[in-house]
Design a protein around this ligand. Sequence first.
Ligand SMILES: [Zn+2]
Length: 237
Amino acid sequence: MTSEGDRTAAAAATADDIAAVLAERLPHPSRPGSGLDAKVLVLNKLYMAIRVISARRAFGLLVKDLAEVIHVDNGQWLNYDFQTWSELSELREAFEPETHDWVRTVRFDIAVPKVIRLHGYDRLPAQAVKLNRRNLFARDRNRCQYCGNGFPTSELSIDHVTPKSQGGEDSWTNLVCACVRCNARKGGRTPQQASMRLIRKPIRPKRNPLISIRLGHTKYETWKAFLDHAYWSVELR
Ligand SMILES: [Zn+2]
């Protein structure tokens, strides 16, 4: 049996351990895909998905008790404070270890939660997805929208479907990713004038395309419940 005093001491030690890992004061195995780089979905107080952060930042919020872990198990979700989550992590068998990323501290390994919920944030998620380079590349999955080939970000440019010189705007429906070759070939013309075809019609994404991409990975499957939840619970006016 553990007394309340022991529990408090254990909690403090755990928080110290993880703080040390976060501050990189301790050596920890920086194996590729190390747990601290895993992605965590952040919910607001009302269980609505608001953003994705690194495990490093998520642990920072958990240690300060600004957030709690939401663990999805058999279609149900359970809330854990940081201390309980780290205790649960010690019993690796309590949940499927291979479905989680892990962070090593001095005394134990802690599972990286998939989802956390902020205690004090009840603002609604941003309705409109920001039109920026990163989100455009994510929407188009780094594929040139003319030849359909995939390229690293450095080899892609943003093309105005209807060129600016012909009145084309900076908008989700007029901007696409294009490789250097296709962009040069198209020049200052519309696709029709250049006899080129878009592989798909550019649209304004309904949700952050970076989140959509990760939804394709089984690792982040648990996010779906919350994104759907956000969809169903959004206020209609
Ligand atoms: Zn191309």
